[in-house]
Design a protein around this ligand. Structure first.
Ligand SMILES: Cc1cc2nc3c(=O)[nH]c(=O)nc-3n(C[C@H](O)[C@H](O)[C@H](O)COP(=O)(O)OP(=O)(O)OC[C@H]3O[C@@H](n4cnc5c(N)ncnc54)[C@H](O)[C@@H]3O)c2cc1C
Length: 298
């Protein structure tokens, strides 16, 4: 199906883009990589009056590591992030970026578009919870920084007002002896994950867990986190039994929708398995082992 008619704008600067969005009002939408928005338009699930193309805006394609303060410009594509030095330093980033869809989608889709869409099946919002990332939002009155845990309010809903743009995603580099892993369960490469699990932890001698962040994806309106599950692991020697208890606690906090990808019980079983695999991979990486990340496929 063809999209409904819309007006197309390509502003030359960030200030012009937010000015235009503010002026055009509710019917206008930013267009970044188009990998979520264009399919919605073609299905006529969204019919904006105006598209403000931000894909070529200068200054939003950077990646930097400034003494452990890491950040991505909103227009970094999944492909560039997956191949970046930052992903080599923090392997969980590569797990996420390189596992999204196929090379075509990864070449155009952006991290800013992924978090702004707040699609419960998108990988970045879940992954960024494990890094306690912050989202920089820019509107006509200036910028504000919002923790990812507050940025996503509900499925497909963020704190952005219609005329604000996400400009940057930032987080602190994990300290020494840290490791993380993010694993999705997918029907095929171009399919969104049925469920996913991410773990980022820091270990002391004897596998004692100093710090940990856990998140599950595609199994609720927002990424699922659990203070209880993290509390079970923090400060303790990580044993198989303890990891299983934490898996139970966070899976209990999820609310997987029954759909064409599987029943709720099926998804809970998948989550337990993904959690354990991600935990083992994260622990190995924390110990210095180089492991290539990989999703699980049907
Ligand atoms: C076949 C297929 C398979 C896919 N599989 C996966 C998958 O497995 N995992 C996954 O995570 N994703 C998947 N995706 C989605 C893909 O990752 C998208 O690239 C991403 O979700 C959106 O990024 P975008 O740059 O394309 O955003 P767009 O499609 O351009 O925009 C998405 C939404 O965000 C808004 N927006 C975009 N940028 C900004 C900004 N900077 N500030 C404010 N609002 C903004 C737009 O107005 C729109 O509402 C898939 C897509 C396709 C087509």
């Amino acid at each position: 199906m063809y999209p409904a008619p819309f007006r197309y704008h390509r502003p030359g600067s960030l200030a012009a883009a937010v000015g235009l969005l503010s002026e055009l009002g509710e019917g206008a939408k930013p267009l970044a990589g188009g990998q979520s928005l264009i399919p919605l338009l073609k299905l006529r699930l969204d019919e904006p009056s105006d598209l403000v193309d931000i894909a070529r805006l200068p200054g939003l394609h950077f990646m930097q590591n400034d003494d452990g303060n890491m950040s991505f410009g909103a227009l970094c594509t999944h492909a560039r992030i997956g191949q970046s030095e930052l992903a080599k330093t923090v392997p969980i980033l590569g797990d996420c970026a390189n596992g999204i869809a196929d090379p075509q989608v990864r070449a155009r889709g952006t991290i800013g578009g992924s978090v702004s869409s707040a699609d419960p099946s998108c990988d970045w919002p879940t992954l960024l919870h494990t890094l306690d990332a912050e989202i920089v939002c820019h509107g006509k009155d200036g910028s504000r920084t919002v923790p990812i845990r507050e940025f996503i309010k509900d499925s497909y809903t963020t704190v952005l007002d219609g005329a604000e743009l996400v400009t940057e995603i930032r987080f602190r580099a994990p300290p020494a002896n840290s490791g993380g892993a993010y694993i999705g369960f997918k029907k095929s490469a171009p399919a969104y994950p049925t469920a996913s699990a991410g773990i980022q932890l820091t270990l002391a001698d004897g596998n004692v867990c100093q710090e940990v962040r856990l998140a599950l994806g595609a199994v609720g309106p927002r990424p699922v986190t659990s203070d209880e599950a993290e509390g079970l692991l923090r400060g303790k020697t990580l044993t198989e039994e303890l990891l299983k208890q934490a898996a139970e606690a966070i899976v209990e906090a999820s609310d997987p929708p029954a759909d064409s990808r599987g029943s709720a019980d099926f998804k809970r079983a998948i989550l337990r398995s993904l959690f354990m695999k991600a935990a083992h991979r994260a622990m190995e990486r924390a110990g210095g082992t180089q492991i290539l990340g990989r999703h699980e496929y049907v």
